[in-house]
Design a protein around this ligand. Structure first.
Ligand code: ATP
Ligand code: MG
Length: 372
């Protein structure tokens, strides 16, 4: 499967745009601030319904406009499909599949899996646990149709329980337990799915890092829930209920729920040392790349179609060996979209790619790839 074409209207610095893509390799070149990342962002929205960098959908609507739209045509074995996302100021976005409006945006998840590589990936290693939870959630969301419902129900129960904890009303105890049952049930579902994904990510990331460093470094991803996960989902839920009961006094004093997967983290280890604390800059960067490569492998396995690779501005940061490694990986993967400021950074890949030059919200095809 691949994206055959993309149409944008009033999206970021694109007034209107229509481009056709190469089924394998697409390269967007141009000076800074011309609209390269905006294209990857639009593709990522078609994959996950949201941006990898905007805090709100409205940021993506062109300045001074009330609405914008992203439309992609997918070519799949079963035929073509048009996905259209409409962004509207002050309203929720709307999804259309082949022109038909859909009630649920979540229908999109897993249809067009995608992984972004960007210089910000470094924060996955160096930053706080919320970024790692998001990385884990976004991976599972694309593979597991049931995960979103657990996540939403968990977040709802957590919000209700926290607001009760803050109110400190007399009948609080009995009301708290009303929310603890769904909290524990959905919490257990989230934790077991996250643990499973983390295990696989650890294997894939270990492999990737081994390849990258010629076997010199061992990499490990450890899932770190804040309660023990023994037995099947129902007994994990029971354990969480008990943990909530035990923590209740502390939580009433602090006015916040401290037990549960909203406090999860992923430990990233290289050669037995915690990367966040002891890794060198280079090790942290390589660790972040390994995590993203692992996500790519896991999604390829879990979604039964090779994910889109969105490679934003990362080539210039890599040394020659890592560059060669990545370009080689790309040839085995699905459709790829790469951005950069100079063709030199892409060595041999630039000969195999369809190249676009991007300038001031205009995209011009500068070279066609083989078979395009
Ligand atoms: N909502 C918006 N409406 C109009 N223009 C926008 C909007 N959001 C961002 N822009 C503009 O889009 C321009 C291009 O952004 P983009 O991030 O795609 O650049 P880029 O080509 O990736 O640059 P770099 O090489 O520096 O990463 C920015 O200069 C910004 O001013
Ligand atoms: Mg950019």
């Amino acid at each position: 499967m691949h994206v055959r074409s993309l149409r944008l209207s009033h999206f970021r610095n694109y007034d209107s745009l229509e481009v056709g893509f190469h089924p394998q390799l697409n390269l967007f070149l141009g000076p800074n601030a011309q609209g390269k990342t905006n294209i990857l962002e639009a593709l990522y929205c078609l994959s996950t319904t949201r941006s990898f960098r905007a805090a709100s959908d409205e940021e993506m609507i062109q300045f001074g406009r009330g609405e914008g739209a992203i439309e992609g045509v997918l070519r799949r074995e079963e035929g073509e499909q048009a996905i259209r996302l409409e962004l509207r100021q002050g309203k929720n976005k709307a999804l259309f599949l082949d022109g038909k409006k859909q009630k649920k945006l979540s229908l999109l998840l897993g249809r067009l899996p995608a992984v972004v590589f960007s210089p910000d990936d470094l924060f996955l290693v160096k930053g706080g646990p919320a970024l790692r939870r998001r990385y884990l959630d976004l991976t599972v969301l694309q593979m597991d149709q049931g995960y979103l419902a657990h996540l939403q129900q968990y977040e709802r129960a957590l919000k209700q329980r926290n607001s009760l904890l803050r109110q400190k009303v007399p009948e609080m105890q009995s009301q708290l337990s009303v929310w603890e049952e769904p909290l524990a049930r959905h919490g257990a579902a989230l934790m077991l799915r996250r643990r499973e994904a983390a295990r696989k990510l650890s294997d894939f990331a270990g492999e990737a890092l081994g390849d990258l460093t010629g076997g010199a470094e061992r990499f490990e991803v450890r899932y770190e829930p804040n309660l023990p996960l023994d037995g099947p989902e129902s007994s994990v839920a029971d354990q969480m209920l008990r943990a909530l009961a035990q923590a209740r006094r502390e939580e009433m004093a602090r006015g916040v729920t401290v037990v549960g997967p909203h406090r999860d983290d992923l430990g990233l280890w290289a050669n037995g040392q915690l990367l966040r604390k002891f890794g060198s800059q280079g090790q942290q960067r390589t660790g972040a790349l390994a995590l993203k490569l692992a996500q790519l492998s896991l999604l390829a396995e879990g979604c039964r179609t090779a994910p889109l690779v969105l490679f934003d501005d990362v080539m210039a940061e890599l040394d020659a060996k890592r560059r060669a490694f990545f370009l080689n990986r790309l040839q085995q993967g699905g459709q790829a979209f790469l951005t950069g400021t100079s063709a030199n950074d892409f060595s041999a890949a630039s000969k195999a790619a369809r190249i676009f030059s991007v300038e001031g919200g205009k995209v011009v095809r500068a070279q066609d790839g083989p078979g395009g």
